[in-house]
Design a protein around this ligand. Structure first.
Ligand code: 26Q
Length: 751
């Protein structure tokens, strides 16, 4: 850590009080008598901001003066969550702010909750981008994130270091406030139409829409975002360098999925059209600059745009893509002479009734690195999605298993556990998560087990309060907290969990004396706007919850909650309180998962399939500390190959039959039109594309083992401790160090 950097601000408790009072007075124009909670929260964040901004200016200056290489992380999504406590930790003033608050008569927890989440994204991919920014700054790597929506730079401070990188977010504005010419021509409507049109580009996060206008908006957003970012990157490069040949030595651009892949064509266009570079020279710079991360194998999530749409929105880029493709197919011809089938497979253009541009192929051809996000996912990328690319470019496809930032996902979200850990093994784990291994020594220690489970218990009491407030349901915090939180998608199989809940409920009704571990089933999820089946599953969970939660016969032994408005800040409350982590996707479908890592780090045990990063979590924690069930990737493939028939499983298992029919009946929705949940039942009965039925019985049996293990308190505590102790691999610091070494070839710069 550097010693040269000196803050000009007084960050003692007294100094912080002065900073806060000054920003309340001079920046918000409030006095202490009339200030609301919001005013105080805002004043504090402005005060803390000034500490961080000072370091950001210093960071930028050092990077500029030393003409360093930078990483540019291009992502259409960033789920930053709240910034407040993260900033306090990074500015190194957490304890002093709490003291300053005490002296000012303010409550830290209360003010912290005034902040809204910065939620510019959907799920894992967006949160991963935010964890990466945290790790990049913490590892002192010069980096800038680029995203869409807010019109300013968000500082990204490292932890325990002076580096402050930033996230730059683009917003589209019409060039003129009001077009008087248009007003004279066509009146008010006409005058504001153009302004509104150009500003919608960054108004709403792209809907993953089925309509043509939705698709057009998304492609427009992607191009807008890429054009702004590349212009900024090139401006910065040109300020510091003369020779274009050095571009790849100074600039590494990471494409977070194919969403910004049009950047490949945009950079080629700029180099040729604006700087007069010949094709080959430009293309060599392009391919040495870009790297692409793939986050999905699901065919429906692979981006394709019709050639017609491209022609309408970005005709020059379409020309360039055709030229890239022509030259690329010549390469393919040289490798496999006369093989037209392989050319069809690899082409950037999909032929058919409508020609489509395959964005993933553009990204692969235009990058020097293509990485998957977990070992299994990368193997499937090589073997199933891109086998011919792997043969053509050996070594280009590589693995970078995802990670999560321990600053947000342990230090900030779980202060009780953080303190307990530090009391045993000291500080240092915050920046070197492998240090948690030292906790293994205490896994059998009854006192430590007791303290560890007490932390969990206190966190569960906190969550129970949130549940009571938001759902109006009282839950027993001694029950097993069974947590299924993530985007709602059929492949993640929230409905398989629901089938198991129905089976338990049914068993309890049939045998009122049945001895089961009391459980609280906690769901939280958002669904894409146009995804009807996902919405139906949410409806089904809520309907079943209402019925079970009000059924006196089962004496509160199970409760089901669907927490509304799932977001980063809510995840930070749920994760520390979980006993069991549901990671039950159909094998081969979840690229990695990152919630699985957050929950295990906080001492939840995983019940999961051998999918995504679950495989590596199992390797780390050991088979005896995780509950694995269900079909493997190979078994899924074999079953589909031989012809999967859900009714075979339905007929074989009386309980399964009963719960599948139950969910589709009107039993849980008596006040609604008949058949509202029918589509869910029919989906399972007729097609079951994600194999819930074959996995139902293994899942249900595995849940019995969970039930039994939870009753053995000491055994459970040991397993939970070993999960926390063995999560070091899943720090995003490890992930980012691998990207830096293997892909970006970039060194840290200490400020
Ligand atoms: C595509 C086309 C049109 C409109 C929208 C989209 C679109 C938007 C978002 C497609 C995919 C996404 C998001 C994907 C995502 O979050 N994937 C998750 O990435 C995580 C980080 O690598 C993994 O851990 C998860 O397994 C993966 O599902």
């Amino acid at each position: 850590m550097s010693s040269e950097f000196q803050s000009s601000l007084d960050t003692s408790v007294t100094g912080l009080k002065t900073l806060i009072l000054n920003s309340l007075k001079f920046r918000l124009a409030r006095d202490t008598a009339s200030a609301t909670k919001r005013d105080w929260a805002l004043a504090t964040s402005k005060a803390v901001q000034s500490i961080i901004v000072e370091r950001m200016i210093a960071t930028t200056a050092v990077h500029h003066n030393q003409n360093v290489k930078r990483v540019y992380y291009l992502s259409l999504e960033f789920l930053m969550g709240r910034l407040f406590s993260n900033s306090l930790y990074s500015a190194g003033v957490m304890d002093d702010i709490v003291h300053a608050f005490e002296e000012l008569g303010l409550d830290y927890e209360e003010l912290r909750r005034e902040e809204y989440d910065m939620g510019l994204g959907n799920g894992g991919l967006g949160r991963l981008a935010s964890c990466f920014l945290d790790s990049l700054a913490t590892l002192d790597i010069p980096a800038i994130g680029y995203g869409i929506h807010y019109p300013y730079d968000i500082p990204v401070p490292g932890y325990g270091t002076n580096t402050v990188n930033f996230l730059r977010l683009w917003e589209s504005r019409a060039p003129a406030e009001f077009d008087f010419e248009a007003f004279n021509r066509g009146g008010y409507e006409e005058a504001v139409r153009e302004k509104n049109h150009s500003e919608t580009i960054s108004k709403v996060p792209y809907p993953n829409d089925k309509t043509d206008s939705g698709k057009e908006l998304r492609l427009l957003q992607q191009y807008f975002f890429v054009a702004c970012s590349l212009k900024d990157i090139i401006r910065r490069f040109r300020r510091e360098n003369e020779d274009w040949q050095n571009f790849p030595e100074k600039v590494a651009i990471q494409l977070n999925d194919t969403h910004p892949a049009i950047a490949v064509a945009e950079l080629q266009r700029i180099l040729q059209d604006d700087y007069g570079m010949p094709w080959d020279q430009a293309w060599s710079i392009v391919t040495r600059t870009f790297a692409y991360t793939n986050h999905t194998l699901l065919p429906e999530a692979l981006e394709k745009w019709s050639v017609g749409l491209f022609q309408k929105i970005v005709p020059r880029h379409l020309q360039i893509i055709f030229e890239i493709n022509k030259r690329f197919l010549e390469e393919v011809e040289a490798k496999w002479p006369g093989d037209t089938e392989i050319k069809q497979h690899l082409s950037l253009i999909e032929e058919g009734s409508v020609q489509m541009v395959r964005m993933a192929h553009l990204a692969v051809v235009g990058s020097h690195s293509v990485n998957g996000v977990a070992a299994l996912h990368t193997e499937l990328l090589k073997k199933e999605l891109f086998p011919d690319f792997d043969a053509l470019y050996p070594g280009k496809i590589n693995n970078k298993t995802n990670g999560i930032t321990p600053r947000r996902w342990l230090l900030a979200c779980n202060p009780r556990l953080s303190e307990l850990i530090t009391s045993k093994i000291g500080h240092g784990w915050e920046r070197d998560l492998d240090k948690l291994r030292a906790l293994e020594a205490y896994a059998d220690d009854p006192q430590f087990q007791f303290d560890f489970m007490n932390v969990k218990q206190a966190n569960k009491v906190d969550l129970a309060r949130i549940i009571e407030r938001d759902c109006g349901v009282a839950v027993n915090s001694a029950a097993l907290f069974d947590v299924h939180v993530k985007r709602l998608h059929e492949y993640k199989r929230q409905h398989l969990n629901l089938l198991h809940i129905l089976a338990l409920y049914r068993r309890l009704l049939q045998d009122p004396g049945l001895d089961i571990t009391p459980r609280v089933f906690i769901f939280a999820a958002k669904a894409a706007p146009g995804y009807d089946m996902a919405k139906c599953i949410i409806k089904a969970i809520n309907a079943v919850a209402k019925c079970i939660n009000n059924d006196k016969r089962i004496e509160d032994r199970i409760k089901v909650l669907f927490l509304p408005n799932y977001r980063v800040s809510l995840a930070q409350r749920i994760v520390p309180a979980a006993d069991l982590s549901e990671q039950i996707s159909t094998a081969g479908k979840e690229a990695s998962g990152t919630g699985n890592m957050k929950l295990a780090l906080n001492g939840a045990l995983t019940i999961g399939t051998l999918d995504g990063a679950n495989v590596e979590i199992k390797e780390e924690v050991g088979d005896e500390n995780i509950f694995i069930f269900g079909l493997t990737v190979e078994e899924v493939r074999a079953l589909l190959k031989k012809g999967y028939d859900p009714q075979e499983y339905y007929m074989k298992n009386e309980e399964l039959r009963a719960v599948v029919d139950w969910v589709g009946s009107n039993y849980f929705t008596p006040d609604e039109p008949p058949g509202v949940l029918r589509m869910l039942r029919d989906n399972l009965y007729y097609s079951d594309p994600f194999l819930c039925l074959p996995d139902f019985e293994p899942y249900s049996e595995c849940q019995k083992k969970v039930d039994a293990a939870f009753r053995q308190e000491s055994r459970w505590a040991k397993m939970a401790i070993l999960n926390t102790a063995r999560m070091g691999k899943f720090s995003s610091d490890r992930t980012i160090a691998e990207y830096a070494r293997d892909i970006w070839k970039i060194e840290p710069i200490h400020i």
